[in-house]
Design a protein around this ligand. Structure first.
Ligand SMILES: C[S@@+](CC[C@H](N)C(=O)[O-])C[C@H]1O[C@@H](n2cnc3c(N)ncnc32)[C@H](O)[C@@H]1O
Length: 277
């Protein structure tokens, strides 16, 4: 049912107001988070003071070196605000949060990793690719948790640099490679046994708009036979007939291992096994 012009006239400023309110709330949340890290480090400093005889500078680097890591992250975000001429997700903060390093962001990496069952799906011998990986935290965390090798690719160089700072912090540079590049141009030298495509088969920033079939076929071309594709939809895909029809077309190339509803039923997660070409 379409609304009257008067109602539309009222709704527009209301939704603009809501957007401003959301922006302010996220900024406040980020400041609270920063304050939390300050208290965390202060608490650790107190412990160091009392245990001076046993603690050296490397024994609690996960807390004591956080301020330097977070300074680097803030620098990247400031550069993104100043120089990036594309749409920035989550009001200019990372789309992904990483609790193990206290990185503020919209969607929790550790929680998603567990909710998607990745601990049971990814093995130490896997070679994993994360497409449109944002900060690459899912690839990084997969390597951290399972010991696998992981590559991540995203068009946004600021998010990729944030991921690289975190990779160095966790000393995982040997196993995790994050690259700033459009997925359309990506030509990997090897095939992958696990591919993650999370909320990225079309993008809000409009930097990636291809047919879903073409997206999945491209992925198919980068995978080893029997490899696993873990595919997360957008909310807007749920209930969309065109989306399901495109997925059905792919049954010649992938076998379905499962479909789950995620994020209170607003997203769908598919496990798809690559069939031989
Ligand atoms: C909605 S976010 C999803 C991020 C991540 N996959 C996740 O679920 O946490 C979409 C991501 O796709 C990236 N992106 C947009 N166009 C791209 C392209 N052509 N190639 C690679 N990445 C792209 C954006 O920079 C953004 O980080």
């Amino acid at each position: 049912m379409s609304s009257s012009p008067q109602i539309a006239y009222i709704r527009r400023p209301l939704s603009a107001l809501k957007q401003v309110a959301r922006h302010v709330m996220v900024a406040v949340a980020s400041w609270l988070h920063r304050l939390g890290v300050f208290f965390l480090v202060s608490a650790r400093r107190l412990v160091r003071l009392t245990e001076r005889h046993t603690i050296d500078t490397t024994s609690d680097r996960f807390v004591m070196e956080l301020p330097e890591l977070h300074r680097k992250i803030r620098r990247e975000l400031a550069m993104q605000r100043r120089d990036y001429d594309s749409y920035s997700y989550f009001h200019g903060y990372p789309y992904q949060a990483l609790a193990i390093l206290d990185v503020f962001g919209e969607r929790g990496t550790e929680e998603r990793f567990d909710a998607y069952g990745l601990a049971d799906l990814v093995r130490p011998e896997d070679r994993l690719l994360d497409i449109g990986c944002n900060c690459g935290f899912m690839a990084l965390y997969a390597a951290f948790r399972t010991g696998c090798r992981a590559d991540g690719i995203d068009i946004n160089p600021y998010m990729i640099r944030i991921g690289q700072h975190c990779t160095e912090f966790l000393q995982l540079q040997d196993r995790v490679k994050l690259v700033a590049q459009p997925f359309q141009d990506y030509r990997p030298a090897q095939v992958y046994t696990v591919v993650l495509s999370f909320a990225t088969h079309w993008t809000d920033d409009r930097n990636y708009r291809v047919r879903l079939q073409d997206h999945l076929l491209r992925i198919h071309g980068m995978m080893a036979n029997g490899g696993l594709l873990v595919f997360e939809s957008h909310s807007a895909d749920v209930g969309n007939a065109e989306f399901y029809a495109a997925l059905e077309e792919m049954r010649a190339h992938f076998s379905w291992e499962g479909r789950r509803l995620m994020a209170k039923g607003t997203r769908e997660l598919y496990l798809m096994r690559r069939l031989a070409a």
